[in-house]
Design a protein around this ligand. Sequence first.
Ligand SMILES: *Cc1c(COP(=O)(O)O)cnc(C)c1O
Length: 833
Amino acid sequence: MAYETYYWSTSLMSKAIESQPDGEPLRAQIDHKLLCQVATDRDVAGKAEYYHALAQVAREQLARRWVETQHADRANKARRVYYLSMEFLIGRAMNNALSALDLREQAATVFTPPGPSLNEVMECEPDAALGNGGLGRLAACFLDSMATLGLPSWGYGVRYEYGMFAQSIVNGQQVEKPEAWVQDRSPWEFPRAGRHHTVHFGGSAEHSGDWAEWHPADSVEAKAFDHVIPGHGTDRVSTLRLWKAAAPSEIDLGAFNTGDYQRAAEFKNRFENISWVLYPNDSTSAGRELRLRQEYFFVSASMQDILSRHDDEYGSFDNLADKVAIHLNDTHPAIGVAELMRLLVDEHGLKWNAAWEQCRRIFSYTNHTLMPEALETWKVTLMQRVLPRHMLIIYRINHEFLDEVVRLYPGDIDLMRRVSLIDDGNGHEKDKRVRMAHLSIVGSHRINGVSQLHSDLMVQTIFADFARLYPERFHNKTNGVTPRRWLAQSNLGLSALLDERIGKEWRLDLDRLEGLRSVADDAAFGKAFAAAKRDNKLRLADYVAREVGVSLNPDSLFDVQVKRIHEYKRQLLNVLHVITRYNALLNGETAGVAPRSIIFAGKAASSYHMAKQVIRLINDVAAVVNNDPRTRDLLQVAFIPNYGVSVAELIMPAANLSEQISTAGTEASGTGNMKLSLNGALTIGTEDGANIEIRDQVGADNIFIFGNNTAQVAALRQTGYQPSELYQNDPVLKEALDKIDGGFFSPGERSRYHDVFNCLVHYGDHYLLLADYADYVATQARVDALYLTPAEWQRKAILNVAGMGTFSADRTIRDYADDTWKLQTLTNRGTAQ
Ligand SMILES: *Cc1c(COP(=O)(O)O)cnc(C)c1O
C-alpha cells in the first residue's frame, strides 16, 4: 500500500512544517494562540490555558484538512458512506490529533520544566464520553479507520449536553454525577451556523396513494456541530456531525407575557431536552418516549443533510443509491428507513416503488446483540402518536414484505407472524409493537454480526427466518480497534520497542506485527518487552495509589477485568475466584501461587440493581482482602472508578491477564479483549465472541480458554441446570458463596448480599457462573504456574501481540468498504490508492 511508505517519508514531515502558517515553529504558534484565543501569555498561563492554545493550533490545521477533503470529494463526485450511531465514545482528542498532524514530538519539546509537561497539558481535556461502552467505542475506532483509509465518510450522531455519567465510589458504592463534557464550548468542535434542519413530531397524517400529508404538532431545530476526525498517514479527514436540539427559530419567546420567563424557559426546554442526555444504559433497550424522540431527531436531521448534499451535487435523486451508503450501527437509527422513504416520497415526489428500490440499496445494518432484552421494539401506540406518518410507512413496508413472504411460503401463517415488522401482541391492540431489527433487515441489503460466532448464531437463532428468506444479505464483519490510540499513543514503551524491531509501519499495517514471531524466543527482546510492561504497571500503580488508596506491587500479576458491569459479563465469577483464592491463602495453600493484583473497573447502569450490587461487593471484598496482613503480599484487589476511554488507555498497557469470561453465546464480539491482547496481556476467557478468533490467531497454547461452550450452555439449560447441586457438592465453592451470603464481607449489614447469593444458588443462575466455576479456578492455577516462569510468560505475551494484526479496525473497515459499502479509498488529490 502506497500510504505506508508515504506516512514516514520526509515529504510528509516537510509538509507538516509547511502547513504551519508562515512556517512558524510550534512554540511561536502556541504563543500566538495564547494571546489571541486565550488572551494571556506564557508568564501567567497555566496548563489549562496551554491546553486551549495547543488545541487551537491543531484546530487550525484540522480545519485546513477538512476544507481540502470536502473539496476533493465534491470534485470527485465521490460515493460516500454515512455511519449513523446513537453513540460515539471518543475520549480525548488532543494526543490523537497531534499524532495525526505529526506534531506530537515537537509538542513534547515545547512543554518542558518549569512549565507543565505535555502530558499534564493533555490531561486538562475532558473525555468526550458520548457513549456507554463497546458499541460507542467501536464507532469511534471506525471513524479513525475511515479517515485513515481515505474513505469519503461521515459519522452522524447526537450532541449530548451530558454524556456518560462520571462514576465515583463512596462507601463502596457507585455514585453517579452528570458530566457536561463541552462545558462552554470544546476547541474540537466547529458549530455550523448555516447548517440546520427542522424535525417534526406528532400530529396526524393523511394518506392519498403513495403520498401522504403530515400535519405535525411540534417542530424542533437540529443544529450541526462538526468534529474533524484526522486520518493517520494521510491529509484526509472524516467528519463527525453531531446534532443539537434547539427551539425552532420562528418561535418568538417575546410572545410570552412580559416577565413570564419561567414559562418561556420551560417552553424552550421542552424542545432542547431532546439532546440533553445520553441514556446511560448498556445492553438493554430504553423503551421511553424521549429516547424515541432522540433517535428520530438525529436520524431525520442526518437524512435531510444527506439529501441536501446530494441535491446540491446532482439536482436529482435518481442516482442516490449510486452515491450514498448509509450504515445503521445497531437498530437505534433504524427509523431512518422510514424517514428516507418519507423524504423521497412526500417531500421530493418520488414514486413509492422507485424510492423503495433505492432504499434497499442504500442501507446496511450491524446487529450487536442476541439478547432478547436488548432487541429494540416500540409500542405501536407510541410510534403512532410521536411519528404518525412513519407508522403508515412501516405498515406499508410490512404489507409488501409479507406479500413477498406469502409468495415464497404460501400458507405459512406462523412464519408471517414471526417475521412481521409488527409484533401483534397476541391480538391486544395496546401490546402491538414495532420490531426495529426487522425493519432494519427488510430495509437493508447487507446485515452483519460482529464476530464469526455471533454472526453464525445470529442466522441460526434470532434471524433464522430472515436468513432463509434472504441468505445473500447475511455476513460477518469481526470488530477491530484502532492501533493508533490503543497502542501507538497509549503504550509508548512497547511502541518504541516495536519500531526498533519491525519498523514503524505497523501503525498503518498491523499485520506487520507478525514480524514479532521470530523474536518471541529472543531473550534480550523478552527482557525489554517485560521492562516496558513493568513501566506501564508502575504508571498504573501510581494512579491507583492516588485515586483508590491501594498500593499495588508492580511485580505481581496484574489481572484485569475492565468493561461495563453486566451479569452476562460475569464480574461475579471473577469475585468468586478472588474469594476462593483468599480462602486458600488463609488455609496456608501458598505453593505455586503467584502474587496477584486483581483490578476491576466499569460502570453500572443507574437502574441496574444487580450490577450495582456487584460493584459494592467488589469494594467490600477489596476492603477485607487488602487489609489482611496474612494475605497482603499475595493478593490485592482494586476497583478503579470512572472507567472510560482515558482510564482504559492507562489500564490496557499495564495488564498481564485479560479477563474475558462472559457466558458462551452472550458477548457479541468484545473489543476490550483485542486492546488488551494487543498490549501484551494473555487472555483467560470463554469460547465467546471474538475470543475464539483471538485463539485462532495467537494459538491455543498462548491463551487460557475454559468453561462451557455455546452448545454445552444450550444443552445445560435444556436438561435442567441445577446450580444448588453444584453449591452443595463443591465445598470450595460453597465456602466462597457462604462467605458472601453470611455477611463476611459486609459485617455491618450481614444480609447485604442475600439477593446476590439467591440469584446464583436458588434462582437459576441464568448466566451459569457455577457451571464454569471449577474449570475457571483450575485454569487460574495454570495462569499462576506460567507467571512463575517469566521467560515462558513473556514468550506467550509476545506471541499474543504478534497475532493481533487482523484485529485492526482498518481491516474491519476495509472489509465493509469492499463488501458492504462498495467504496473507493481516496487521497486529497483524488487518486485511488
Ligand atoms: C473498549 C472499551 C469498551 C468495550 O469493552 P468490552 O470488554 O469489549 O466490553 C468499553 N468501554 C470503554 C471505555 C472501552 O475503551
